[in-house]
Design a protein around this ligand. Structure first.
Ligand code: URA
Length: 284
């Protein structure tokens, strides 16, 4: 019988706190972690930093750490969907991450959201199943205020097109987002879903934000999300990777901004960004 022996079946950690799935240990990652779904996007993100080094790769989880404009940052891919995202958050939090920024792709529901635009999610409709294993259905999947403001500030500074609002996170890319399944299958309860969500103010579909926000809120961690709209369900346009580099630029800049805000908040013993704090920040 071979193989590494972990601490226990209920605490599956290796030597020095090495996490079972993500294969990171304390000291390997920054407090600020970008969490795209795609491992290839981790490499793309890391290539935009001033320096970057490989940390670990196991299954869908690829991790790099580096520096962006002097700020220590990390990126870990979550794989597609809520279950693997929950594992990433659980394990990254155990090794010291406390701020998560999803850098994803998404399908826009509204005609005025162009393919290539960015969507910053302030709260998510929990159409996935993972968050329901953490809490009651009524619990809100809400993004952290400071992280969301930093994403908006970064998008403004960079002059990119962006929208802020509600996202629906599903467990299914096809029938769960009202796309025909194999041989045109579509269950009756998903017919009209796009129109219904649009009618109640939802901007877009993706698959990770709701679980990320719910878990982060429960644990007192911070999470936000910026996604590139690669598809539009009204116009039927779909352009692979449209806007992804803008999402990466915004996420990087947001962390730089957030780290400065965190410093000021720490000095003042405050928790939330406010207009007066922003005035002090601008004067620095
Ligand atoms: N990701 C999704 O979940 N849906 C889309 O339409 C595009 C990206």
């Amino acid at each position: 019988m071979g193989g590494e022996r972990l601490r226990s079946a209920s605490v599956p950690e290796g030597e020095g706190g090495l996490q079972y799935h993500v294969r990171v240990k304390p000291g390997d990652v920054s407090r600020y972690v970008f969490v795209p779904g795609d491992p290839e996007r981790v490499k793309k993100i890391a290539s935009t930093w001033d320096e970057a080094w490989f940390v670990a790769q196991h299954r869908e989880y690829l991790t790099y750490t580096g520096r962006y404009k002097g700020v220590l940052v990390s990126a870990t891919s979550t794989g597609i969907g809520a279950p693997s995202t929950a594992i990433a958050v659980e394990e990254l939090a155990r090794v010291g991450a406390d701020t998560f920024i999803r850098v994803g792709t998404t399908g826009a529901l509204r005609r005025d959201i162009k393919v290539g635009d960015l969507i910053i999610t302030n709260a998510a409709v929990r159409l996935e199943g993972t968050s329901k294993q953490y809490t009651i259905p009524e619990y809100p999947a809400v993004a952290d205020l400071n992280v969301t403001l930093a994403l908006i500030e970064a998008a403004e500074e960079l002059g990119v097109r962006y929208h802020v609002g509600l996202t629906a996170s599903t467990d299914s890319f096809y029938v769960g987002q009202e796309r025909p399944g194999y041989r045109g299958y579509l269950p009756p309860f998903n017919r009209g879903l796009v129109d219904y969500l649009k009618s109640i103010g939802v901007l877009n579909f993706e698959m990770e934000a709701a679980a990320l926000f719910t878990i982060a809120q429960i644990y007192g961690l911070r999470a936000g999300s910026v996604c590139a709209a690669i598809a539009n369900r009204e116009t039927e346009e779909f352009i692979v990777d449209a806007g992804v580099m803008d999402a990466i630029r915004v996420a990087n800049e947001a962390v730089k901004i957030l780290s400065e805000w965190d410093e000021i908040l720490g000095e003042k013993g405050k928790k939330y960004v406010s207009p007066s704090l922003l005035r002090d920040w601008r004067r620095r």
